[in-house]
Design a protein around this ligand. Sequence first.
Ligand code: ADP
Ligand code: MG
Length: 463
Amino acid sequence: MKRFKRGVHEVAGRSAPRFIERVHDRGAARYFHGRRKELSVFETLCHAATESDGGTVLITQGPPGAGKTALLHECARLARLWGWQVADIQPDALWNGRSLRNSLRPPSRRWHRFELDSLSANVAGIGGGGGWRSLEMAPIDRLKRYIRKARKPVLLILDEAQILHQVQVMGAQKTAAMTMLKAIHNGDLGHPVVLLAAGLGHTLAEFSRLGISRGGVDDLADLTSLDCKAARAVIRDWLKKGGGAKGDVTDWMDVIDRETEGWPQHISAYGQRAALQIQKDGGMLIEDGLLTVLTKGRKDKSRYYARRLGRNHILRRERELLGLLIACCGWSKAWSPIQLASALAVLEGELNAPPTDTVEMIFGRGVMAGNDNGDFRIPIPSMERFLVGYARELLRQNEVLTQELVAGMLAALKRTNYPLSAERELAVSSDRLHETLGEMAEVSPLPGSHESAFLPDTLPQPP
Ligand SMILES: Nc1ncnc2c1ncn2[C@@H]1O[C@H](COP(=O)(O)OP(=O)(O)O)[C@@H](O)[C@H]1O
Ligand SMILES: [Mg+2]
């Protein structure tokens, strides 16, 4: 938020205003709205914990930008209001007493690092118990000592909990983590303690591996878009409170609402752009201002996808394949991991590439997310269009390979009983695939040039 505030001060001051070029689109919300259901579950369970001197483990998961960190901050804020003691813990605090001790210290005395040495000890089979480390108190004992001293109920917050899955907690560390989680979840500590964890896809599954099943925590489980009312309330606050807009903001709200599709990260990015623009225009809502917001907002959106789907996350060919899958199979349909894996195996065979753990990556990174029916889809509509853009590019570059590839992929999908319509199959075997992809792609980003993404030839006119 600091960067943003600096931008505002520069605008408010008389010296030459300089507008920030990057928006801050992660973490605590400046204007928090919605998530009523999740907050109410949180409140109920905290209340139950204080009533019974018990505890619980609450888990939420969702793709990047869904608002997990913001929700954790809001829960922490409420808990403090109710008189709880709140501590952020690192993932390794579940099995590493030193890390837990550090997390429970006052913020000024904390060091921030994830204990990789304990992980390598685990990988090397030493477990967490050997050498000088055994002198360290077990996390469960450390926690008991802490809550004995705390005169208040305790809320432990664990963000980015997908790390637990990525590092594959095993051996003595797994046992320590399970002991600690079980004690909290069963309310065995004789003191109100709630652990609230959030992470990307796989987080729930990982907690289940550590003995905390999903049952009973469903209402907090999968975080997706904000509902329409909440999304509009956040946008309104950005315009009115953030930008100091004078007069009726409905038109701007409508446009930004349409562009952001309820996705918290997009709303945050567009909201900041709009607030800065309105400040620059002295509180006036000018048509040109809105066009500037749209242009910049679309660039932000495209950067966000490039970051999410970039080199460190999923590979180009996998992005393209996902795009092709969406274009060929219908984007309203959901895939199971098995269906995706079959289609990807075809691609790998075609390219003589060694099998990758792409499916793992796609789900783990939140490029796709699950729903209650056990189906999986890409959670942000415009991210689907972004992927289709890549697919279109692939088609343009190498049509023959792609036609064969898609046919093979469809055959693989069919073997998994994926419901393909005849129309879709026809589209694949004919030139219409080009057309279909063209219609579906919001843009056709060229490889390596994310700047052009999401910028169509002409911008829509504000109403
Ligand atoms: N309920 C909400 N109300 C307002 N802004 C929100 C809300 N949820 C998330 N945001 C904003 O959206 C952006 C992305 O949210 P964040 O919590 O960082 O997502 P995640 O942790 O899931 O990746 C942040 O700028 C955050 O402040
Ligand atoms: Mg986060």
